[in-house]
Write a new protein. Sequence first.
Length: 237
Amino acid sequence: MTRTSVREPAAGAASAWRRMWLWTVAHAVDDLYQGLVPACVPYFVLDRHYGYVAASGLTMAAALGSSVPQPFIGLAVDRFRLGWPAAAGVALAGLGLGLSGLVEPYPAVWALILLSGLGVAMFHPAAGKGARDTAGDSATAMSIFAAGGSVGFFLAPVLATPALIVMGVGATAVPAEPAGHRGRCHARARRERRRARLAGARRHGGGVRPAGRLHRPLPGADRGGGAGSAPPPQVIM
């Protein structure tokens, strides 16, 4: 066994962990915007004098945008093998929420928070698929990815409240930049992975090599023992 053959699996695992942490941070940033909506509602009430119905309408817009479209986006991700909704979704989530505190008419505020929720819905199917492909059968990696969303959600009021106290609802523009940054990082990472796979294909006779995974499932484990699965071991008496 050559040094190169020993080094390649280790390098692939390190690369997979880097991608896994990228997915985890993106999940935290995306769910940060979901957690910012309930944190901002009291300040909309104070600054804009919204009533109970108007205030609850903002949380309803966020919930509708992030839940109802998500199964249909997941269907599109599966059918057309889309990866770009992850980067676009986190950017849209931050943009919608960031602008919501800068406009005055209530319908515009409601529509922007709905748009932010739509960004959350766009992110999760593509990001979950990408994280699962990277993690392979590693429950640890997927647990870290899932925890990233929870961390972002509970950090939202902690990070936003000081700015909201000082600046009012106009402070919603402050956390918009992380979304744009994470969206650019994901778009750049996707381009780099595509170039790396194409370069690997040229080095290995034209076949596109799959991206590195943390743990690969056993041969035939996800095929139900169908064609192409590993034969069962033989017992010699």
